[in-house]
Write a protein that binds this ligand. Structure first.
Ligand code: M6R
Length: 609
């Protein structure tokens, strides 16, 4: 989704802004722009539709761009992607430039009133009203005070940054429901919607909270809330620039698929006690007693995080004996969910910034419910706003289609299952068994990854199909949905995921010789059921690709393709079974000449509803 970067310091701003915008490209966008204040003191603005490279061409060779600037990558909400709609947006007199993430819901009303007062708009965006509202405030006030006066007029969500030619050394920024983070390095200061934008310069960060306003100048930063200046603690990020580079892989998606053995190791590190069959989850220590007494868990999330939660539900019910519901956050927030005593809400999110998931957390908090987060991005809003939680330690995920973050969430659910299970009825023998199987996963994933060439061949064979059906049962039912999501996201092939038991209730009508089916059929408790489903599919002449257990010879005939995965316990099958399907989606996208890292229309973090 949209990205913001801003810089003040002693270096030429434009190259730093461009580098920052490139690092934000993974979030998904359709146009980009920068505003800067050269020594002449007038605001310069350059914008371009398409990639940041297009913007770069426009500003190539530009000198004396000054030492302060803001940049933006736009993901269109109001108005089509065109230069006039790209950020930054200015006021009538070109004194002010604004970049904005989020949505101003009452923009039309504000725009009508501003137009009636003589303001002239140059874009169809909601953002432009902010520039004009700032223009109406007295220029004798500091920019941060003017922003404080404008903010109450805005309904919606925003992370925004503002420049004013009349205070040429300053950026002012504010957030409400859309992330902003400050980077600090000696006498250089950065502001961004994601620390990836400035991670090559500094790892010292400070996260803004809702309604905080910050003023950045080369002399330092000042944070205000309700007009009062406040101090905040600087944190040091653990990851570095290496983690957000491709390191020899052609795409981030492939790199991140290959990182998964290490991701499992990182999720488990320091958290398992093999002797006692226990999981130690430091982030849950403060709420241990409440968890022991919990009667029901509601997992909320969107997209892949929801599917990880659906797998978590199966695990927790089977091994921890706790009632679990898993809900789409986007639906949960508008229902009137019933919270009984002992209900806990667990929000799952890679980014920790997904608007719907955050809203579900707010709803639960409002009702006085204990909230937990299962989040990848350290310091993100959901991580900070939930009462306790588990970090998934997948490291920065740049590919828009979630791969390693999803797998880390499923592994974190296995740990949570151990944690809650051992608080309840799970024996230490069972705990140790799960831990042994978890610890064996990285090697098993490496074995699957070593089949990459074979999977690439299968991908080429299926690259031109128009549809896929994915089916699985029990733990592999949510995996069928996740695998189908991967395929549609990166290859744009229509792919449906279904629990195999539902096939006869409708989707079997779709099948013919042009409609391939991908069936998860490991040798587990539902294997025989899956075999019957596969036979029924073959009877309709649909091509079948089966994912089954290494050494199983039963599919040596009768199906079209087989991918073998090493045996593991049923609750961990989703982790090994998704890997070949991530590779399949990736290689089909590549075979079709698509960019799997930045699929059309998609954004990495969906920070607006
Ligand atoms: O950052 P989150 O985990 O909250 O994101 C949730 C979904 O937007 C995300 O999983 C999305 O479905 C991915 N593109 C899936 O690959």
């Amino acid at each position: 989704m949209c990205g913001i970067v801003g810089y003040v310091g002693n270096k030429e701003a434009l190259p730093i802004l461009l580098e920052g915008l490139k690092r934000l490209e993974y979030r998904g966008y359709d146009s980009a722009g920068v505003a800067f204040i050269p020594s002449g003191g007038k605001i310069g603005v350059e914008r371009a539709v398409g990639k940041v490279a297009e913007l770069e061409k426009k500003i190539a060779g530009m000198q004396d761009s000054g030492f302060v600037g803001i940049g933006h990558t736009r993901w269109a909400t109001h108005g089509i992607p065109k230069e006039e709609n790209a950020h930054p947006h200015r006021d009538c007199k070109n004194n002010i430039a604004v970049v904005h993430n989020g949505i101003i819901e009452n923009y039309q009303e504000l725009k009508n009133a501003l137009c009636a007062r003589g303001h002239v708009f140059r874009s169809e965006t909601d953002t432009e009203v902010i520039a004009h509202l700032l223009e109406e405030e007295s220029a004798s006030l500091p920019l941060e005070d003017r922003l404080a006066r404008v903010a109450p007029k805005l309904i919606g969500t925003y992370g925004l940054a503002v420049l004013d030619a009349r205070s040429p050394e300053k950026i002012v920024a504010m957030r409400l429901g859309s992330p902003l983070v400050l980077g600090l390095k000696d006498d250089e200061y950065f502001i961004a919607s994601d620390p990836a934008a400035f991670i090559s310069h500094t790892r010292d960060v400070l996260y803004l909270d809702d309604r905080e306003i910050v003023a950045l100048t080369p002399q330092g930063i000042q944070i205000f809330e309700g007009g009062v200046q406040k101090k905040k603690e600087v944190q040091t990020l653990e990851w570095d620039v290496m983690k957000i580079e491709k390191q020899g892989f052609p795409h981030f998606m492939l790199k991140e698929i290959h990182e998964q053995p290490k991701v499992i190791e990182d999720v488990l590190r320091g958290r398992i006690d093999s002797k006692e069959g226990l999981a130690h989850l430091g982030g849950l220590r403060d709420v241990e007693k409440k968890l022991r007494e919990a009667k029901r868990l509601i997992i909320v999330g969107c997209g892949s995080a929801f599917y990880a939660g659906s797998i978590g539900k199966y695990m927790l019910e089977e091994y921890a004996g706790i009632a679990v519901d898993c809900e789409l956050a986007s639906e949960f927030r508008y229902r009137n969910p019933v919270f009984n005593e002992g209900t806990i809400v667990l929000a799952v999110s890679q980014s920790g910034e997904t608007a719907d998931t955050l809203a579900a957390v707010h709803e639960a908090k409002h009702k006085g419910i204990l909230t937990l987060g299962m989040v990848n991005v350290v310091g993100s809003t959901i991580a900070r706003e939930t009462d306790a939680g588990i970090y998934t330690h997948a490291g920065p995920e740049i590919g828009v289609a979630s791969t390693k973050a999803f797998v880390s969430q499923v592994a974190a659910f296995a740990l949570l299952t151990l944690f809650l299970g051992r608080q309840r009825n799970m024996t230490s023998v069972m705990g140790r068994h799960i831990i042994d199987e978890l610890a064996a996963l990285p090697e098993k994933i490496r074995i699957i990854l070593s089949q990459q060439k074979d999977i690439e061949k299968i991908a080429r064979k299926y690259a031109d199909v128009k549809n896929f059906l994915y089916i699985g049962r029990k733990y592999n039912a949510p995996i069928a949905l996740e695998a189908a999501l991967k395929m549609k996201e990166v290859s744009y092939i229509h792919a449906e995921g279904y629990p195999a038991g539902e096939m006869k209730h409708g989707p079997i009508a779709l099948l013919d010789s042009s409609f391939p089916v991908i069936a998860f059929a490991p040798q587990d408790s539902v294997y025989e059921k899956m075999k019957s489903a596969i036979a029924e599919i073959k009877a309709r002449q649909a091509p079948v690709l089966v994912i089954t257990t290494e050494g199983n010879t039963e599919f040596s005939q009768g199906v079209d393709d087989v991918i073998f995965v090493p045996k593991t316990i049923e609750m961990l099958e989703p982790i090994s079974n998704i890997i070949p399907l991530q590779l399949l989606a990736y290689f089909i996208a590549v075979a079709k000449g698509l960019d799997p890292d930045q699929p059309r229309n998609l954004a990495k973090a969906v920070t607006v509803e």
